[in-house]
Design a protein around this ligand. Structure first.
Ligand code: ZN
Length: 137
């Protein structure tokens, strides 16, 4: 018997996604299927250090079993997170770089008097592109 040919576990692995969540209370990676998460230090500014943390989170994500965690109720806490909006544009066919630019233009219109929100959006956009370059997403 070849245990590597377990179709069921393969399906489970491909069905879930690692999702970046950024809110006032939490910065880090979450699972689309369960409450697993891996938080990132918010004071981390060095892009290479961030990528190292991302890779670590990706490895932990691969190893976790959704069954060991509570299942996620509804979608991740998207209210304060911009990354899902960028992902949506990419899914619509935009190149990541164009998607981030378009996204920042939209945010600039929506939050024109909120420099803090704009700064957060810009940081999220830069993080998104860095992760694309690192091959993480
Ligand atoms: Zn999970």
């Amino acid at each position: 018997m070849d245990s590597s040919k377990d179709h069921r576990s393969l399906q489970q692995k491909t069905a879930r996604e690692m999702i970046w969540t950024s809110s006032h209370s939490f910065h880090g990676w979450t699972c689309s299927q369960c409450e697993w998460n891996s938080s990132l230090p918010t004071l981390l500014n060095d892009p290479e250090a961030k990528t190292a943390y991302d890779r670590l989170a990706a490895a932990k994500f691969r190893d976790h079993k959704c069954a060991d965690h509570l299942s996620r109720l509804g979608s991740a806490d998207d209210a304060d997170s911009f990354t899902p909006r960028i992902r949506k544009l990419v899914q619509q066919g935009f190149k990541p770089k164009d998607a981030v630019e378009l996204f920042l233009q939209e945010i600039a219109l929506e939050y024109r008097n909120q420099p803090k929100v704009l700064a957060q959006a810009k940081a999220d956009g830069e993080d998104f592109l860095r992760r694309v370059r690192a091959g993480l997403i």
